[in-house]
Write a protein that binds this ligand. Structure first.
Ligand SMILES: NC(=O)c1ccc[n+]([C@@H]2O[C@H](COP(=O)([O-])OP(=O)(O)OC[C@H]3O[C@@H](n4cnc5c(N)ncnc54)[C@H](OP(=O)(O)O)[C@@H]3O)[C@@H](O)[C@H]2O)c1
Length: 317
């Protein structure tokens, strides 16, 4: 094995948890940097994993923690802006530049960088996509650094944000008004994404490459949400909104303190999240489908809901 200690940024998130567990189980010593170590103590149970509190926006802190590592993986990303330190520019554009430069300064030769499908500095229709595109440019221009970039469609798994957020909405709303119902996605399984990163670590042919990552099937947004309702055994109506109302929905929901949909999300949905060339195939990974993973997860929830309702009824009796 050529690569040894690996430093992961964003290793506490949805993708990060899967990737860090995978790398630790394969015998890589993994160093995970986080703002909130007390929330992620379970990572320390993994063999060879260390969890370190760090201000990743500080270049000297990055350099210090990258020292002695053979590779760095940056998974940090946000879907919504909350403050100046949590802005698309700070997180998607400036941070990747700092990470790449800190790799150079610390003598780390290998960087795997997580971007997003259709991230494009010039043509990205939203701040999310244009800032991710600028981040790609920043990491590519640092000399003597072997970079590989990953650009996934929406990522799914039992502990994901997307499917579970819609599952929670569908439990309460009999009718769900949906923005951009005809936007298309090719959801990719989190385990396949983690495998793509691991494969790239040890494969020099991936250096300098950018990989789009997609699942095996394309769905419209409306089809996906209807499928989630079906998996939960719920009878629900999903009503597609015209763009004028979807924009308004983004504007209003974007003003709430906890954001679930914003104008920027609406703009991201203007481009279909589907691959022109699926990098999973190039990496020798057979993409797994939503149907092979998620029904089992939602069936467990449905079963639990039934037991809860039986328990309540039994108590009343
Ligand atoms: N999930 C998807 O469907 C999807 C699709 C396309 C691309 N991506 C990209 O894949 C990457 C991982 O996504 P995910 O779903 O795993 O995200 P996630 O669950 O939200 O995790 C985000 C991670 O980033 C860190 N983070 C967030 N804001 C930060 C900030 N301001 N400073 C420092 N660290 C910060 C968090 O670390 P701490 O809180 O521990 O510090 C956390 O570990 C992101 O770059 C995302 O844009 C995801």
């Amino acid at each position: 094995m050529k690569v040894q200690r690996i430093c992961v940024l964003g290793g506490t998130g949805f993708v990060g948890r899967h990737l860090v567990a995978r790398l630790a189980n394969r015998g890589y010593p993994v160093r995970v940097l986080t703002r909130y170590p007390h929330r992620h103590r379970e990572i320390e149970v993994l063999p060879g994993a260390e969890l370190i509190e760090a201000d990743v926006q500080d270049p000297t802190v990055l350099q210090q923690h990258f020292s002695g590592c053979h590779a760095v993986i940056n998974l940090i990303g946000i879907l919504h802006e909350y403050s100046s330190s949590q802005s698309f520019r700070a997180v998607h554009t400036e941070l990747p530049g700092k990470v790449a430069e800190a790799c150079h300064a610390a003598g780390v030769k290998r960087l795997l960088h997580m971007s997003a499908l259709h991230a494009d500095a010039a043509k990205g229709p939203s701040q999310y996509l244009s800032s991710k595109g600028e981040g790609e440019q920043r990491v590519m221009r640092v000399p003597d650094l072997a970079v590989t970039i990953f650009k996934p469609s929406i990522i799914f798994g039992p502990d994901d944000n997307f499917f579970n957020q819609f599952a929670n909405l569908l439990k309460f709303a009999r009718v769900l008004p949906l923005a951009c119902p005809n936007s298309r996605f090719a959801p990719v399984y989190v385990g396949d994404v983690a495998q793509a990163f691991e494969t790239a670590l040890d494969n020099d042919a991936t250096i300098g490459q950018s990989y789009e990552l997609c699942g095996p099937r394309i769905y419209t947004f409306k089809e996906l949400v209807e499928d989630i309702a079906r998996m939960l055994a719920l009878k629900r109506r999903v009503v597609g909104l015209p763009d004028s109302l979807a924009r308004l929905q983004g504007k209003i929901l974007g003003m709430l303190p906890v954001k679930i949909f914003t104008t920027d999300n609406f703009l991201s949905l203007q481009v279909d999240s589907i691959c022109s060339c699926n990098g999973l195939e190039a990496l020798g990974i057979a993409p797994r489908s939503v149907e092979s993973i998620m029904p089992m997860h939602f069936a467990d929830q449905t079963q639990r809901r039934r037991y809860d309702s039986f328990r309540k009824t039994a108590r009343r009796g």
